[in-house]
Design a binder for this molecule. Structure first.
Ligand SMILES: NC(=O)c1ccc[n+]([C@@H]2O[C@H](COP(=O)([O-])OP(=O)(O)OC[C@H]3O[C@@H](n4cnc5c(N)ncnc54)[C@H](OP(=O)(O)O)[C@@H]3O)[C@@H](O)[C@H]2O)c1
Length: 221
């Protein structure tokens, strides 16, 4: 008698809380750089960008950090007429969401500032419609291999820098980190080889995993 009751309770919980999937998307260079001259685009490659777009099209909501939101050089994620015109964009901050919202509004950005806490991701997911957007349905084939999904689950895609990504991983059990490693060494002002001019293109020749460790083998392209 107890088993069906337990099942009913689990079923009720499922009905109350829509399934959600939290994906943190990060790209880094071989030497661990997340940005080149303040931009992640310098770290990315064409293949990384294709994956980035496929992930973005699968998202029911995008999560970014303050600096990404306020960077005037970045295109507006949900600009009118773009694929994600109706996708909510949340800017999560641990400081002052009201002041941040004023700044976002002043710049005409249709982004929602929200304080980041342990419950934020659950609140964002609860505010989303359960059915995937037409864009995400369309992208199911694009991402079928990388992003198998239930048709009713809401995908929250975090495109922030490493700071907020870390906070979400810390507080959100079940969040997935999608780490893309580009075959690039990046020279940044702070890197120990910042004085070197050499740029060497590399080609991945083998990937091996053991107990969660990933071994990558490269040769010069
Ligand atoms: N490789 C990738 O996949 C990728 C993706 C996105 C971004 N990036 C790059 O990562 C770098 C950012 O790294 P990060 O995550 O360590 O973030 P950060 O912007 O360097 O700093 C961490 C935190 O400091 C606070 N902050 C930043 N600027 C502020 C400002 N002007 N006023 C007040 N508070 C501020 C924000 O937290 P609060 O708002 O909570 O105060 C922010 O989340 C950028 O260069 C970006 O281009 C890389």
């Amino acid at each position: 008698m107890t088993e069906p009751k337990r099942q009913n309770r689990a079923q009720q919980a499922d009905e109350q809380e829509p399934a959600r999937r939290v994906i943190i998307s990060l790209v880094q260079s071989i030497n661990g750089s997340f940005a080149e001259d303040g931009w992640s685009t310098g770290v990315s490659t064409d293949a990384d960008f294709r994956r980035f777009l496929a992930l973005r099209r699968s998202a029911n909501a995008i999560i970014i950090d303050r600096r990404t939101a306020l960077n005037p050089q970045l295109p507006v994620i949900n600009a009118a007429g773009k694929t994600l015109a109706h996708t909510p964009v949340y800017v999560l901050t641990e400081s002052d969401p009201d002041a941040l919202q004023v700044e976002l509004d002043a710049r005409g950005l249709d982004y929602r500032a929200k304080i980041f806490s342990a419950d934020t991701i659950t609140e964002v997911a609860a505010a989303l419609p359960t059915a995937p957007s037409p864009e995400s349905r369309q992208s199911e084939t694009d991402t079928a291999q990388s992003l198998p999904r239930q048709s009713t689950e809401a995908v929250l895609l975090c495109e922030s820098g490493p700071n907020l990504a870390f906070r979400i991983l810390e507080h959100c059990p079940g969040a997935e980190l999608h780490l893309s490693v580009s075959p690039r060494y990046i020279r940044t002002p702070g890197s120990h080889f910042s004085g070197l001019e050499a740029k060497i293109d590399l080609r991945l020749i083998d990937v091996h995993t053991e107990d969660g460790q990933v071994f990558l083998r490269y040769r010069r392209a």
